[in-house]
Write a protein that binds this ligand. Structure first.
Ligand SMILES: Cc1ncc(COP(=O)(O)O)c(C=O)c1O
Length: 479
């Protein structure tokens, strides 16, 4: 419901109903009120303006009559979906404050909605939203929303809610072999926020930060925002090349890695490479930023433990997120920081945005505590395995000789290389025209892309949709 800034001048001599009418008309023509937007009820507006209902009723009557507003039975009054053109023409201000036609365009066009690639097949980073236990989650959110205490409505702990941090620490120790106490766990709004925070604490202008090449463009951007220079270091089949890292190590204060499931290529870092990297960090007194963004899903063998758990020198900052295991819009992620860094992270976290919303933290703590989370994870492994298999079967059937699957042992996407000199950006555009939302491998290269490929998410689509999508992809590649 919209409240409108509508200053009334009781001494002007213009009747109040006329002022209300003019106020609405101008707001609609100037685009401050948009087509389809609900306006207050006459009763609410009268109260708001501290006038009787009569002038409001008179003004609304006229606005309805002239087509600026429309009433929908039982659901209130709205700005008309289509304000007549001749009326919009009157909106061009004589003062020249806006170019002719500007108000017409503003009033006609709703603000562009940023479509993050939609929910189409192959969309990256999307979990199975259709499989989420909505009922259990809704019950917990509703229970806490109803019972919200004053202390829970006030400012919260920058580190996050203790019961949630306890549940996360317990889960990470058991499932990921992370060595941590509750004090080391900090709640933030997703892993992207965790990277911004780590950058702010550990990096600054004049420093350099190593990132995997190819790697996550979002992670590069988050770390680069610290002012540090981002240095791409190639990955091979074992993970980030420590030899290459050593050759570029001057002023490198930190290295960002995805050891469980390299983003985007999909392999996991070998034990030998992990020890080499930990050894490098200890000698250089550098930090390792471990992004464990989708480690819960592994299809061929037990998930590897976290790099953090193998670290004897407290050089690893571990980052996790609920975006893949629950859903992205929950915006809850976490860091596990070495004790020596805890206070600096807390201070910086408070400067960023004080603390994370308490209601979701309360619901989430119970979601973990009551066992829903563990149950959901167990069930989802089967769901994702079936989806991955459907994707691989579809690719083999429809795209066989046109691409090569690189790695499909873990996570919610597979990376494929395109054959025949196809440009991956061009393929992605042609896929988009057919309703498929893939990501070009070349977007993950900071330097010149050496390989043309696609990242195909399978988490968010049913097996049937994936099979159909691979058929369409086969046609796109054959065109
Ligand atoms: C490498 C990587 N890390 C983390 C994330 C998740 O980010 P967030 O936790 O901020 O939703 C993504 C999602 O796109 C990702 O690709």
């Amino acid at each position: 419901m919209t409240t409108l800034h509508l200053p009334l001048d009781r001494s002007s001599g213009t009747p109040i109903h006329r002022q209300i009418y003019e106020g609405f008309r101008r707001a609609i023509l100037d685009g401050l009120l948009r087509p389809g937007q609900r306006v207050p009820s006459t009763r609410a507006l009268a109260l708001d303006l501290d006038v009787s209902r009569l002038p409001v009723l008179t003004a609304y009557d006229q606005l309805l009559h002239e087509g600026y507003l429309e009433g929908r039975v039982g659901s209130g009054t709205y700005v008309s979906a289509a304000v007549p053109d001749d009326l919009l023409g009157l909106a061009v201000p004589a003062s020249g404050a806006a170019p002719p036609g500007a108000a017409r365009r503003r009033a006609r066009q709703p603000p562009p909605v940023r479509d993050e690639g939609g929910l189409g097949p192959f969309r990256m980073s999307l979990p199975a939203l259709d499989q989420f236990p909505h009922a259990a989650w809704a019950r917990l959110v509703a229970r806490h929303a109803h019972g919200l205490k004053h202390a829970e409505m006030a400012y919260g702990d920058p580190a996050g809610l203790v019961p949630l941090r306890l549940a996360i620490a317990q889960h990470l120790r058991a499932a990921r072999a992370v060595r941590c106490e509750v004090d080391q766990v900090l709640i933030v709004s997703g892993s992207q926020a965790a990277l911004r925070l780590a950058g702010a604490v550990l990096l600054g202008p004049g420093d350099r930060v190593a990132v995997e090449e190819p790697g996550s463009p979002l992670a590069r951007a988050a770390l680069g925002a610290s002012g540090a220079e981002v240095v791409p270091v190639p990955v091979d089949e074992e993970g980030m090349s420590v030899d290459s890292l050593r050759r570029r190590e001057a002023r490198v204060r930190a290295a960002y890695v995805t050891p469980s499931h390299q983003y985007p290529l999909g392999m996991s870092m070998t034990a030998a490479r992990r020890f080499a990297l930990l050894d490098w960090a200890a000698r250089r007194e550098a930090w390792l930023l471990e992004d464990d963004y989708d480690s819960e899903y592994r299809y061929v063998s037990r998930p590897l433990g976290a790099l953090q758990g193998m670290d004897a020198h407290d050089r690893v900052v571990y980052i996790g997120t609920f975006s893949k295991v629950l859903f992205p819009s929950v915006r809850v992620g976490y860091l596990v920081v070495p004790p020596s860094l805890r206070q600096r992270f807390l201070d910086a976290r408070e400067v960023f945005d004080l603390f994370s919303p308490t209601l979701y933290q309360l619901a989430l703590a119970e979601f973990l505590g009551e066992g829903h989370f563990a149950r959901h994870l167990r069930r989802m492994r089967g769901v994702y395995l079936a989806r991955r298999d459907a994707l691989l079967a579809g690719l083999a059937r429809h795209c066989g000789d046109r691409l090569t699957v690189l790695n499909a042992d873990a996570g919610l996407h597979v990376a494929v290389l395109l054959s025949g000199g196809l440009d991956d950006g061009d393929v992605v555009r042609r896929m988009a025209a057919r309703g498929l939302t893939a990501t070009a491998l070349s977007t993950c290269h900071a330097g010149a892309a050496r390989r043309s490929g696609l990242l195909l998410g399978f988490g968010g689509s049913t097996e049937r949709r994936l099979l159909e999508a691979t058929r369409v992809l086969g046609e796109v590649l054959g065109d």
